[in-house]
Design a protein around this ligand. Structure first.
Ligand SMILES: Nc1ncnc2c1ncn2[C@@H]1O[C@H](COP(=O)(O)OP(=O)(O)OP(=O)(O)O)[C@@H](O)[C@H]1O
Ligand SMILES: [Mg+2]
Length: 292
């Protein structure tokens, strides 16, 4: 399990919030006549964990794909580590890929490759990693995500959903990225596996100084991990702020998402000093035993 690493970073402060690593300016994205993003602005600084939330189809995955340069904006600019993604040259793009890890919403693993080979794949793509070193790195990553090395030879079909996500994260951190994208990392996980996931990301954030951008519908995970929450609605980032501030913005999606029963229940997990900043509507009783 994650215990040794978790123990070693317990009590260690979260990484400092530093310079911008993602700068999205005046972004518009269309598919045919379907406008997904319009005049969208979005920033992430080093050391942050930013949750990207929004209704299904609001364009969360599409925004991440444009930041990763897997998709081009219709207009506007995307900079990652200060590099404009539209004009980046192939060498810089290769370097960029080693600085950024990604856990995709769908198809987290190659089904025809073992756990070992899935995690080794980004290292092999780099080329010239001696086999002994490759083995050590893969085993270290498995240990970091809390999986015993006996799972290395298994095929993805033989793993539970939670284990698949862990292996996906091990692969995403194989090249020791500075920036990690997670698209719906807890979807399909039971509450215990989700809690373990929260601990894992919190640990990696502290241990590696990772910056994390996480797309999620999972309110508990969002409240537990985010330094800021970016709300995607009306084709733009409506607000990007600590959750207690974002919850106070007057907008139908925000009222429904943060101030509904599930939202209010999740917000109760905030520490008292942050709960004190919530709007009054978020503090109404959320337990099913209490009258609403
Ligand atoms: N390659 C594509 N071609 C055409 N339309 C697309 C393409 N990719 C996404 N879209 C459309 O863009 C919109 C946003 O899709 P996206 O997958 O970004 O949403 P999302 O916020 O990630 O949703 P979910 O929460 O369901 O994952 C949808 O209307 C989708 O149909
Ligand atoms: Mg999506």
């Amino acid at each position: 399990m994650t215990a040794p690493l978790t123990r070693s970073v317990r009590g260690q402060p979260a990484p400092e919030i530093a310079e911008p690593v993602i700068e999205v300016r005046d972004l518009t994205k269309r598919y045919g006549r379907n406008i997904i993003h319009q005049h969208l602005n979005f920033d992430v600084r080093r050391g942050e964990i930013v949750s990207l939330v929004g209704g299904s189809g609001s364009g969360k995955t599409t925004l991440v794909r444009q930041i990763l340069n897997l998709e081009s904006p219709t207009s506007g600019t995307v900079k990652v580590f200060g590099q404009d993604q539209a004009t980046i040259d192939p060498d810089a793009a290769r370097l960029m890929r080693s600085r950024v890890g990604m856990l995709f919403q769908q198809g987290a693993l190659f089904s025809s490759l073992s756990v070992f080979d899935n995690i080794a794949q980004p290292l092999r793509e780099l080329g010239k990693v001696p086999p002994d070193l490759l083995r050590d790195i893969v085993m270290l990553k498995l240990e970091m995500v809390g999986l015993p090395c006996k799972h290395a030879s298994k095929m993805p079909a033989a793993l539970s959903g939670g284990m698949v996500k862990r292996v996906g994260i091990a692969r995403a951190i194989a090249l020791e990225p500075e920036l990690l994208f997670l698209d719906e990392p807890t979807a399909g996980l039971d509450p215990k596996a989700s809690d373990e996931f929260v601990e894992l990301i919190g640990t990696l954030h502290r241990a590696l100084g990772l910056t994390v951008v996480m797309v999620t519908h999972d309110l508990d995970t969002m409240v537990a991990l985010s330094t800021r929450v970016a709300v995607l609605a009306d084709r733009k980032v409506l607000v990007a702020a600590p959750v207690e501030e974002a919850a106070g913005v007057d907008h139908p999606f925000i009222r429904e998402y943060f101030l509904g029963l599930r939202g209010r229940r999740a917000l109760q997990a905030l520490p008292p000093e942050r709960r004190a900043k919530l709007p009054a509507a978020a503090l109404e009783p959320a337990s099913s035993e209490l009258p609403l």
